[in-house]
Design a protein around this ligand. Structure first.
Ligand SMILES: C[S@@+](CC[C@H](N)C(=O)[O-])C[C@H]1O[C@@H](n2cnc3c(N)ncnc32)[C@H](O)[C@@H]1O
Length: 678
């Protein structure tokens, strides 16, 4: 019987090849067996006719479960078709074929003649279907299949390593390690398994111990990609938030500024939020774990959702947490709710390819522009907003979000991040929160609400003065410009004297400074633009004020690092690299970096300083304005050599001067490069 079946199968398959084979097979397989007509192939049909039919009558179970020769042939063909579709990357088609194949095989009872053959085939089909499920993100289904295959043969190497991979995707790194080790025992020289074990070791350290090594990423500069990072859940817990209502994230123990609290990979990302909804819906229908995680997020659709205020178990988010392989039927998520979840929780971040333009990492702003994308991070979605937050987010790219404590936090304290730029006055911050259905009552907002003098008015006046001085700088003649800029330098210090003279605790003074930060920044950027003319001591003083104010209010934003780096460079220049002042400035800058990047080695710290420094030089805002210098060169060249030879001389100077000094010449294309003098 076996040889007849083999012959039939060979006859049939030998006539089909490549795509035609699959198409033919599919057409054939989808027909009811009774309708299968193989007349076209006389040889094959003859063989089929000659194969024995199942015996009629007799034992009831035997006749029902016993497959006809045609059905045996069909089992083989279904499996082959499944494999072919799998090879073509059609996971859905492959799963369908394997499933049909399995249900046919299930009809062969134990003790039958071909039971051994059926067992082997069942093992391979389950194993392949596990892989197809894995590739289409049906992780729990993939695990169920891998388990079934391993029940048949617990030492099947391919299935063991597949199961390890699936378990890793389900964040079960310890169980994954056991699978890879078992596979290695069977195949000690298998390189992919050895590599999987090495990878698993890194994942284990990241997910369970919070050890992430981004050294290479930092040293490779701004165009590098961070390494894959696992989710990590540090000393945090979801609890009811009395202050905000709903839920919030809390510290479970005391943490120090710069400690890593969690790492999260976005589950979906897209430039537009509509696509996020589609992606999320697809993901939820594939993975029950993901569905339960997403379902626990707030949608703020009070009528539709009772989930919004439930406290989900941390196990749901913790790598290695309990894994339930339940059916999808008991958990449902409709599109309206997914829309709500995306609206409330998706964060808009800068695209990592535009790293240099990043001003703040991971601020939640509902509006998306071309250079930004929206993504949904699960556990960080439980963090509420504060205008004086104790946590910062850092997104190095690859949809990874690191959350660091930006100040010391006590056990049971609620963790907050800033949803938007908080270096603004109360009115502007309140305008930002209007995108969300809440009114910020954080200590800073509450204090500013009761502040007797409306800060905004003062800020507006100062800003107008700065703006006027800035435009005067551009319009007036060189000598005049210098005077105006010196006045501007005075303005920022006068402003700070006013703030300093107010009878308040230093923290409140810094809150005021943070609220009028745009004035400080506008003025300080102008200050930086006239590096050559302003006394360096003043510059350092101003930059120090800014760094202190920003760290006091939020513990650090991208801008804080920029100013910190600028301050460090100025101190280096003024006092020398070996000076005590420089060492103090370096320690301070390292503290600031720690808030964003955790603890760093000096090597990495220096590389990061240089990266930021380069980015700032490229960024328009911080570009040193050398217009006066360029104008001086242009007028001198024209005066001595005449306008006829101006361009030739200029080009020669560009050629002769070392790279370091090139900046003193007007760069080609700049306004100062051309002959006309404004
Ligand atoms: C990303 S969710 C934060 C977690 C949410 N509280 C929960 O229970 O799932 C954002 C929502 O939390 C609430 N929220 C965030 N910060 C808040 C604050 N400072 N005060 C009041 N509600 C806040 C708002 O309803 C906001 O739309």
């Amino acid at each position: 019987m076996c040889s007849t079946m083999q012959l039939t199968q060979d006859c049939y398959l030998s006539r089909l090849d490549g795509r035609r084979k699959i198409e033919e097979a599919l057409r054939y397989l989808f027909q009811d067996l009774r309708e299968v007509t193989l007349e076209k192939d006389s040889e094959l049909s003859q063989n089929c006719k000659s194969s024995p039919e199942p015996e009629s009558g007799g034992d009831e179970i035997k006749t029902k479960s016993y497959l006809s020769e045609m059905e045996y042939l069909r089992v083989e063909n279904l499996r082959t078709a499944g494999n072919d579709l799998y090879a073509m990357g059609d996971w859905k088609g492959a799963i369908e074929m394997y499933s049909k194949c399995i249900s046919l095989m299930e009809r062969i009872p134990e003790g039958m003649e071909r039971y051994e053959w059926r067992t082997q085939l069942m093992l391979l089909t389950y194993s392949n279907r596990a892989e197809a499920h894995f590739r289409s993100n049906f992780l729990e289904d993939a695990l169920i299949d891998a388990n079934k295959a391993l029940l048949i043969n617990p030492k099947h190497v391919k299935t063991l390593s597949r199961k390890g991979k699936i378990l890793e995707a389900l964040e079960q790194y310890e169980l994954a390690r056991q699978c890879f080790n078992a596979a290695l025992e069977e195949a000690p020289r298998d390189l992919p398994i050895q590599r999987a074990i090495a990878r698993n070791k890194v994942s284990y350290q990241q997910a369970y111990q919070g050890q992430f090594d981004l050294t290479k990423y930092y040293l490779d500069g701004k165009n590098a990609n961070p390494p894959p990072c696992c989710n990590f859940v540090g000393p945090v817990e979801i609890r009811a938030s009395v202050a905000a209502g709903g839920r919030g994230l809390f510290a479970t123990r005391n943490v120090r500024a710069g400690d890593l609290l969690m790492v999260s990979n976005a589950v979906v990302r897209s430039p537009d939020k509509e696509t996020l909804v589609t992606q999320l819906s697809k993901l939820c229908s594939a993975s029950r774990r993901c569905l339960r995680q997403v379902q626990s997020l707030s949608s703020e659709l009070q009528i539709l959702s009772q989930e919004d205020n439930k406290i989900p178990p941390m196990e749901l988010f913790r790598p290695g947490g309990e894994l339930k392989l339940e059916s999808a039927a008991d958990v449902q998520l409709d599109l309206v709710r997914i829309h709500g979840i995306v609206k409330v929780n998706a964060i808009t971040v800068w695209d990592s390819s535009l790293e240099s333009e990043k001003t703040s990492s991971g601020t939640q702003e509902p509006e998306a522009s071309e250079s930004k994308y929206s993504a949904l991070w699960l556990l960080p979605s439980f963090m509420n907003h504060s205008c004086t937050p104790n946590c910062v987010t850092y997104n190095p790219g690859r949809d990874i979000l690191f959350v660091y404590a930006c100040r010391d936090i006590s056990a049971d304290e609620e963790l907050h991040i800033a949803y938007f730029d908080i270096l603004k006055d109360l009115e502007a911050r309140q305008a930002s929160t209007s995108n969300w259905p809440f009114f910020c009552k954080c200590p800073r907002c509450s204090w500013e609400c009761s502040f007797p003098r409306p800060l905004n008015e003062v800020r507006q006046k100062l800003l107008t003065a700065v703006q006027k001085a800035k435009s005067d700088c551009v319009k007036c003649l060189t000598a005049e410009r210098l005077r105006v800029r010196k006045e501007l330098a005075g303005l920022i210090l006068t402003l700070d004297k006013v703030v300093e003279s107010v009878d308040l605790e230093p923290m409140y003074k810094n809150w005021i400074r943070a609220s009028i930060m745009d004035v400080y920044l506008a003025s300080s950027r102008v200050l930086v633009a006239v590096l050559a003319y302003i006394e360096p001591g003043i510059r350092i003083q101003v930059l120090k004020i800014l760094v202190d104010a920003i760290t006091a209010v939020g513990g650090g934003d991208g801008i804080c690092i920029e100013i910190g780096v600028l301050l460090f460079e100025q101190v280096q220049e003024l006092y020398g690299k070996q000076s005590k002042e420089c060492q103090i400035a370096e320690t301070k800058l390292m503290e600031i970096f720690k808030l964003f990047h955790g603890k760093l080695t000096r090597n990495v710290f220096m590389a990061l300083v240089s990266n930021y420094s380069q980015c700032m030089k490229l960024s328009e805002d911080w570009t040193v304005d050398n217009t006066e210098l360029w104008d001086f060169w242009r007028t001198s060249v024209i005066r001595f050599f005449g306008s006829r030879y101006y361009f030739i001389i200029l080009r020669m100077l560009h050629w002769i001067l070392p790279r370091k000094l090139q900046h003193i010449l007007p760069p080609p294309g700049s306004a100062s490069y051309f002959l006309s003098i404004n």
